[in-house]
Design a protein around this ligand. Structure first.
Ligand code: FMN
Length: 186
């Protein structure tokens, strides 16, 4: 095993249940190899925070669904641009395992996201095959970081923006550290 991907709470798809910071701290007690942290990382600021928390790499899903190169359809892309974390519901109604889904996509298929019937058993097949509205095809997933998505862009454009945000955060933190050093040495 070369590394561990920690899928934390708030991630798109079948999300974890543990807070990102607590998860990294916990895994670091027995693992000093590569950690990829996943879950709600949608900005360059959050990538830096993931590194500061002890992860080596940020693992992102939701942020790239809007990329022009992705196989998502335009309606899904537009819904991501229009949604924020309030539009996400963690539900086991589709596969029997908790999954973060977009409430507007559930409503679009005539279902009430607040009244979904619990699925009693784990059944990934029914998520993509049996029902008339197919989860993944018609009912869509996103993580809590969806609110940071403001426009449809190319993958290169998204990466450029992430780099800019990362550098801005690094600069801000470096400035704060310098100020603190000045205060402490007085
Ligand atoms: C629509 C969608 C489908 C996904 N499908 C899978 C999958 O088949 N296997 C998997 O390991 N993770 C899957 N994921 C989870 C991602 O690999 C990743 O852990 C997650 O998107 C990271 O959280 P974020 O979306 O908040 O960035 C999926 C995520 C989304 C949004």
């Amino acid at each position: 095993m070369d590394g561990l991907i920690l899928v934390a709470a708030g991630a798109g798809g079948h999300a974890g249940e543990i807070n990102s910071f607590a998860f990294v701290d916990s895994v670091r007690t027995f693992w000093d190899g590569i950690i990829l942290l996943a879950g709600s990382i949608s900005t360059g600021h959050s990538i830096l925070a993931a590194q500061a928390a002890g992860a080596d790499l940020a693992y992102m899903g939701t942020r790239f669904i809007v990329a022009k190169e992705s196989r998502a359809n335009d309606e899904y892309r537009e819904m991501l641009v229009d949604s924020d974390h309030d539009d996400i519901i963690l539900t086991d109604a589709f596969s029997g395992v908790n999954c973060n889904m977009l409430k507007p996509s559930i409503r679009k298929e005539g279902l009430d996201p607040e009244q979904l019937a619990k699925k009693e058993k784990v059944d990934f097949d029914s998520m993509s095959k049996s029902s008339e509205s197919k989860a993944w095809r018609d009912i869509w997933s996103a993580g809590h970081g969806v609110g940071a998505i403001k426009k449809i862009d190319t993958a290169a454009g998204i990466i450029k923006q992430l780099e800019k945000e990362y550098q801005e955060s690094l600069k801000k933190l470096t400035g704060q550290a310098e100020k603190l050093k000045g205060i402490i040495s007085k």
